[in-house]
Design a protein around this ligand. Structure first.
Ligand code: ADP
Length: 255
């Protein structure tokens, strides 16, 4: 298998237990280069735990995670995290550091300095004014902070972008705009992206592959089109019925 065809990410019988709770109960799947994957499911279904095994924020109880064919357990942590962009659920900017310092933190941890021109470029990538570089996080709106979070995740030019409920705390307009921006960046930068969300509408609109989790297992693995066509089983269809019902009611109102 040559490099171009190598799955950027693969789980083999991955398991994680917290005491008696099986958070991830044996997951095997491969993610193709360039895919935009949404990991959807109810709260507590294991989405975050699965995502966090990739950059080793969580150590699995069993099974293997392969990043570009290599077992992540055997990779040096700093090098692994450098090659994987990670956008946190609650933004996670350091409050005592400027926007520029926050963006540059990943490279700095491995002894590299990001030039101001690169920071400006990263800010422009997420539709922020480069003049924001010296500002502090508390001088930004929630949406601007999360844009900085995305810029920070992209600072090391990762091939793989992981996002844990990245837009959950944002108002609907900002959420929609940032979702579309990230989808464009995904294409422009040739990324492979895995996004955790509990919002099936967001998953249907942004992803090209949707994994539905329930009780630590993947219960559906479908394209948005197939899900809207009724595939994926009961749990997946219960999630799809929410945005579908809303769309139907809106269409009714607009008549
Ligand atoms: P999701 O992201 O789908 O909301 P999580 O992966 O956060 O689900 O959690 C899956 C299960 O594992 C839940 O039952 C949760 O309570 C449990 N869990 C998650 N993290 C921890 C932890 N650090 N310690 C103990 N239990 C945890």
């Amino acid at each position: 298998m040559n490099h171009a065809q190598q799955a950027p990410l693969e789980f083999r019988d991955l398991r994680k237990r917290y005491g008696a709770t099986p958070a991830v109960a044996g997951i095997s799947l491969a993610i193709a280069p360039g895919a935009f994957v949404a990991l959807v499911g109810a709260s507590g279904s294991g989405k975050s735990t699965l995502l966090k095994t990739v950059n080793r924020l969580v150590e699995p109880s069993g099974g293997t995670v392969l990043f570009e064919g290599a077992d992540v357990a055997g990779l040096p942590l700093a090098a692994l995290r450098r090659r994987i962009g990670y956008v946190f659920q609650s933004v996670g900017l350091f409050p005592h550091m400027s926007v520029a310092e926050n963006i540059a933190i990943g490279p700095r941890l491995v002894g590299e300095r990001l030039p101001a021109s690169r920071i400006a470029e990263l800010l422009e990538l997420v539709d922020l004014d480069p003049a924001m570089a010296p500002r502090m996080p508390d001088e930004l709106s929630g949406g601007q902070r999360q844009r900085v979070g995305v810029a920070r995740a992209l600072a090391s030019e990762p091939q793989l972008l992981l996002m844990d409920e990245p837009f959950g705390a944002l108002d609907p307009v900002t959420r929609d705009a940032l979702g579309q921006r990230v989808r464009k960046l995904h294409a422009e930068l040739g990324l492979t992206t895995v996004m955790v969300t509990h919002d099936m509408a967001e998953a249907l609109l942004l992803a090209d592959r949707i994994l539905v989790m329930d009780g630590g297992r993947i219960v559906a693995d479908e394209t948005p089109h197939a899900l809207l066509d009724g595939a994926g089983g009961e749990i997946a269809q219960a999630l799809v019925s929410v945005p579908r019902g809303q769309a139907d009611r809106l269409a009714e109102l607009a008549r």
